[in-house]
Design a protein around this ligand. Structure first.
Ligand code: BEZ
Ligand code: FE
Length: 276
């Protein structure tokens, strides 16, 4: 294989991967090469632009550490995360829709009893959250494991504070025998995704903002049902139609109701998809 030119190189590269033993890896590599080459041809990629792309990806890698995953942020802001979620979480009508996981989940969040204050000192407007977990058949799902996490009034998750001694604004509860759950927390607020790295530079260069509309994250697990990873979004938020990570679904938008004492309440019911 010599003297390859712009008309013959794609076939030569594809031939190089033709013997890949794992059929799925072969499919992915073949498709990746085809699309990458088609992309470079379509935009008539210059050598300077190729190098700029390499430098951007290098900087993206350098920005990653145990707390920061810049590649996931890149995937999120390119819509790739939400596309993957959408393709892999098609559910029957009536089920609660899934959306992006985000980088701020903690594996070992504190466990709480019903009614507890999961804010645990996080700054924000007081808020009670109530709901039920049901199956698609309408039957309550008892003892479901409900993981909840959110940002504080300053738009930060607890993991973004280096000096914090204990988890805040996150916790794990279990639904009661009637599928019900309730807990205290703080009102969700809009916040910008971390934008002090290459992804932030990319957003600026493309005249895009880094904001996510106010939301509360949920992960709900129960035997016999698909795991649900989702978020509930605050109605009226100015960023609902321009979420930096494309995660908003109308069925996940809910009302945070202001109560006479100035605190808030959110009621939201979840419907799980049974495992087939
Ligand atoms: C989040 O909602 O926590 C999130 C999602 C994607 C990127 C950054 C944050
Ligand atoms: Fe979030």
């Amino acid at each position: 294989m010599r003297n390859l030119n712009q008309d013959t190189i794609t076939q030569a590269v594809l031939a190089r991967f033709a013997g890949t033993p794992d059929p799925r890896l072969k499919e992915i590599m073949t498709c990746l090469v085809q699309h990458l080459h088609a992309f470079a041809r379509e935009v008539k990629l210059t050598e300077a632009e190729w190098l700029q792309g390499i430098q951007f990806l290098t900087a993206t890698g350098h920005k990653c550490d145990t707390q920061r995953q810049e590649f996931i942020l890149l995937s999120d802001t390119l819509g790739l995360s939400m596309l993957t979620v959408a393709m892999n979480n098609e559910k029957p009508a009536g089920c609660t829709e899934a959306t992006v996981f985000g980088p701020f989940f903690l594996e070992d969040a504190p466990h709480y009893e019903q009614g507890a204050d999961v804010a645990n000192g996080a700054r924000g407007e007081p808020c009670v959250v109530r709901g039920t977990v049901k199956g698609l058949d309408g039957k309550p799902v008892a003892d479901a494991v409900i993981n909840v996490w959110q940002a504080d009034a300053d738009g930060n998750y607890d993991v973004q504070y280096a000096e914090l001694a204990h988890p805040q604004a996150r916790g794990i509860l279990r639904s009661g025998p009637d599928g019900g759950f309730h807990f205290k927390t703080i009102r969700a607020e809009a916040y910008p995704i971390p934008s002090d790295g290459p992804v932030g530079d990319m957003l600026k260069a493309t005249a895009n903002h880094p904001w996510r509309p106010a939301h509360l994250h949920f992960m709900i697990e129960a035997p016999g049902y698909e795991r649900l990873i989702t978020q509930v979004f605050r109605d009226g938020d100015p960023y609902l139609d321009s979420d930096a990570v494309f995660g908003v679904r109308q069925s996940l938008v809910a009302d945070w109701v202001e109560l006479p004492d100035g605190s808030y309440s959110l009621d939201y019911d979840f419907v799980l998809n049974p495992v087939r």
